[in-house]
Design a protein. Structure first.
Ligand code: NDP
Length: 256
């Protein structure tokens, strides 16, 4: 049955940065498909609000306060989720930040903070959940890239490096863990209306209209646009799909 392919009943998903934006959109979708959800973020109040929101979609949800750049905190987080929710089947590496400055101005602390938050965190979280996924007989890892996984722009050197790196990291995990029945895929969002891009619209002159002009779908993305891809990549519907990088961008990346 096609509907059974997308059923996540009995599964447990961790969504980093799931307390807002794209992560929250994905967490809602996974919960609606039947998964129990652990929301991981630093802002406890925001995470608690997200947990209340997700419980409306059904299923269990918990909040775990953790900085995903901190290896000890990530290991503790994975242990806590396994204890509280019983297993780990799905990991969405979504936490991310951006610092918009050209390469000759960006300082090393800024570079390190973007790389650690967007790329190193995915390594730490994936490594931390691997034993639980292996023990469960398989798993799904969904890493969030960007249009900057494909394109360069003058003002986001560390962000683009982290998002290019996430695609290669995804392919590495896909190869390494295929024998354990773990599929790893990346999702490349176009321009989506979230807190992250609200700031970009203020910082980058004319951005709003340029995005509309370049996007064939002629709109900014919404967090609800990530429900379908999250459920697909987290479910057995995608069991033969691994190592891919799928744009969710209204056609932004194919516009000539
Ligand atoms: P938001 O700013 O809304 O969400 C980012 C999330 O990351 C927050 O929930 C934040 O939670 C969490 N986070 C940041 N740093 C850490 C950390 N050190 N430890 C734990 N959690 C952290 O942004 P978006 O929803 O827009 O972005 C989500 C992902 O999508 C990012 O990876 C981003 O790069 C990517 N993306 C977004 C696009 C867009 O147009 N919006 C386009 C392309 C990619 P807290 O503050 O509680 O820690």
């Amino acid at each position: 049955m096609a509907s059974e392919l997308f059923d996540l009943s009995g599964k447990v998903a961790i969504v980093t940065g799931g307390n807002g934006g794209i992560g929250l959109g994905m967490a809602r979708g996974l919960a609606e498909a039947g998964a129990d959800i652990a929301i991981v973020g630093r802002n406890e109040a925001k995470s608690n609000a997200a947990v209340d929101d997700i419980r409306q979609c059904g299923g269990k949800a918990i909040s775990v306060v953790a900085d995903v750049t901190d290896k000890a905190a990530v290991v503790t987080m994975a242990g806590l989720v396994a204890r509280e929710l019983g297993r780990i089947d799905i990991l969405v590496n979504n936490a991310g930040i951006n610092i918009r400055k050209p390469p000759h101005v960006l300082d090393i602390e800024e570079w390190d903070s973007v790389i650690k938050t967007n790329l190193t965190s995915a390594f730490l979280c994936s490594q931390a959940v691997y034993p639980a996924m292996k023990a469960a007989g398989g798993g799904k890892i969904i890493n969030i890239g960007s249009m900057m996984s494909i394109f360069g722009v003058s003002f986001t050197p560390a962000y683009a490096a982290s998002k290019g790196g996430i695609v290669q990291f995804t392919r590495s995990c896909a190869c390494a863990w295929a024998a354990d029945n773990i599929q790893a895929n990346a999702v490349l969002p176009g321009w989506i209306d979230t807190d992250l891009t609200k700031r970009a619209r203020v910082e980058i002159d004319g951005l709003h209209d340029r995005v509309l002009a370049r996007t064939p779908a002629a709109r900014w993305g919404a967090i609800g646009d990530f429900v379908g891809i999250a459920v697909f990549l987290a479910s057995s519907a995608s069991d033969f799909v691994t190592g891919t990088a799928i744009p969710i961008d209204g056609g932004y990346s194919i516009m000539g």
